[in-house]
Design a protein around this ligand. Structure first.
Ligand SMILES: Cc1cc2nc3c(=O)[nH]c(=O)nc-3n(C[C@H](O)[C@H](O)[C@H](O)COP(=O)(O)O)c2cc1C
Length: 203
């Protein structure tokens, strides 16, 4: 059973959440989990202006995902920062190259799930995940969210991401907030939940 965590992270929030997603999925016996990033599409000049170079450099050891390995996975959990309430362009560009998988039905019947991050609390986390689900459905994937059995979802004592649609973190207006314990627990839960469902789907 092979589960892929495929993500893009410019400033590290999604990268950190991805580690927790991976740990959760790995806690399920017989599930092998691999972390993959999608290719960068912005120029070095733009990345420098966005202050993204150092963080992207830290992720150099994470292999770039190929379309072939995406098609071979038994389940995929996608992580993307919010960009104007949608997935980021890097992720979209990568997925726009999966026509071959769509044609062959390579992802049909496999679990697909999404987690995200945004600067502001109401800046589009839910729309990012839900609009991403449309693509998963076109690929015939079985959409998996983050059920309320993850009780951290009821958290209102402090700022926290996570919704029934998927785990999420709030990076703060200047991006300086790191994922808190509750958000990382939501990510872990989602990883474990998807892995368990993937095993059931494999029958
Ligand atoms: C072009 C652009 C658009 C963005 N749009 C939104 C947005 O609609 N809502 C929001 O709260 N944050 C928005 N952000 C902030 C990012 O979502 C935030 O930097 C990201 O979640 C941090 O994740 P990362 O550290 O993994 O890159 C935007 C950032 C950029 C660069």
């Amino acid at each position: 059973m092979k589960l892929l965590v495929v993500y893009y992270s410019m400033y590290g929030h999604i990268y950190e959440m991805a580690q927790s997603i991976k740990a959760g999925a790995e806690s399920v016996e017989g599930v092998q989990v691999e972390l993959r990033r999608v290719p960068e599409t912005l120029s070095q000049d733009v990345l420098e202006k966005m202050g993204a170079v150092d963080m992207l450099h830290k992720q150099q050891d994470v292999p770039v995902c190929t379309i072939e390995e995406l098609g071979q996975a038994d389940a995929v959990i996608f992580g993307t920062p919010t960009r104007f309430g949608n997935m980021c362009g890097q992720m979209k560009q990568f997925l726009d190259a999966t026509g071959k998988l769509w044609m062959s039905g390579a992802l049909v019947g496999k679990a697909g799930s999404v987690f995200t991050s945004s600067n502001t609390q109401h800046g589009g986390q839910e729309s990012t995940i839900l609009s991403f689900h449309i693509l998963l459905l076109h690929q015939g994937m079985v959409v998996v969210g983050l059920p309320y059995t993850f009780h951290g979802q009821m958290e209102i004592d402090e700022i926290s991401g996570c919704s029934p649609y998927g785990a999420s973190t709030v990076a703060g207006p200047d991006g300086s907030r790191s994922p808190n314990k509750n958000e990382l627990a939501g990510a872990y839960f989602q990883g474990e939940h998807v892995a368990k469902i993937a095993k059931k789907l494999a029958g």
